[in-house]
Design a protein around this ligand. Structure first.
Ligand code: SF4
Length: 282
């Protein structure tokens, strides 16, 4: 059996940067407590590792005690939460991915007039909560073009279209095309989808066409990992999304001659290596 690992599998720049900052802080904190506001990335194994090092995760700014460090995760936080933190006696370490930050600032700049934000993203995703908090004049979040179809766009009103950084670029382009073809709709398009996602998805699609089976590794609550598994399934290749080797039914894979492996942007190398070792043992 051949096992082929995607070159783009694993941490993206933003996640790598956030975890490097957290590691640095743990080394320099000198006993001062460290809190994370929400999961620093969407991977339960990584979160367990930091919990064991004493990093405490909380879900609201008021739960961070005075004098403590608080790390803002790669997905960013809402404008309101940032204001609340700034008003308190805590030390903020901002590990928001630079690309997410850029998307937040672009949305703020382009919706500063009376434009309404149309955001292609997962409504319950923390990055989306952060992005829409920068919309100056209302917003609508949709996850499919059908949902957008049901939203009534008003003639003469101005709209700004943007996307969660990990969304599917092909679908986004279709949405742009559909809105641009409507002469009654005034839409400014912000290209906020991250290249890391695009490259990872493109490679997964190419790899899926060259193998008999694909394994996608990453947190079940990781949006970009779920989307990666979706891209592979859409390509028609049988696929299994797992968080760790323990969930991979190795005995069912014996008959395959070529297996591809990729991983989401928040999947640590250690978990990828475990899966590779498991497959190579076949
Ligand atoms: S996928 Fe892109 S935007 Fe998201 S954290 Fe990684 S580098 Fe940043």
């Amino acid at each position: 059996m051949d096992v082929v690992l995607a070159e783009t599998a694993g941490f993206c720049m933003g996640v790598d940067l956030a975890l490097t900052r957290l590691d640095q802080l743990i080394a320099d904190a000198d006993g001062r407590p460290i809190f994370i506001l929400g999961p620093i990335i969407h991977n339960p194994q990584v979160l367990k590792h930091y919990a064991e090092l004493g990093v405490v995760m909380v879900d609201a700014p008021e739960k961070v005690p005075g004098g403590a460090y608080v790390v803002i995760r790669a997905h960013g936080i809402t404008r309101q939460v940032e204001e609340e933190l700034k008003a308190r006696d805590v030390h903020i370490k901002d590990a928001t991915c630079p690309r997410v930050k850029k998307a937040q600032l672009l949305i703020a700049r382009h919706t500063g007039d009376d434009s309404v934000l149309l955001l292609y993203g997962e409504a319950d995703h923390p990055e989306v909560a952060g992005l829409v908090s920068y919309a100056g004049n209302g917003y609508f979040v949709f996850d499919t073009s059908e949902e957008l179809e049901q939203y009534e766009l008003v003639k003469g009103k101005k709209y700004v279209l943007a996307a969660q950084t990990t969304q599917d670029r092909v679908l986004f382009d279709q949405i742009v095309e559909r809105l641009s073809s409507d002469k009654d709709v005034d839409v400014t398009v912000l290209r906020t989808i991250c290249d890391a996602t695009k490259l990872r998805q493109a490679e997964a699609k190419t790899l899926a066409a060259e193998v008999d089976f694909m394994v996608v590794i990453g947190g079940y609550n990781s949006g970009n990992t779920r989307r990666l598994a979706q891209v592979v399934s859409d390509a028609g290749t049988p696929c299994k999304h797992v968080e760790t080797l323990a969930e991979l039914p190795l005995n069912e894979l014996v008959g395959y001659s070529r297996i591809g492996v990729t991983a989401g942007a928040s999947t640590p190398r250690m978990l990828i290596d475990e899966v590779l070792d498991g497959l190579e043992s076949l």
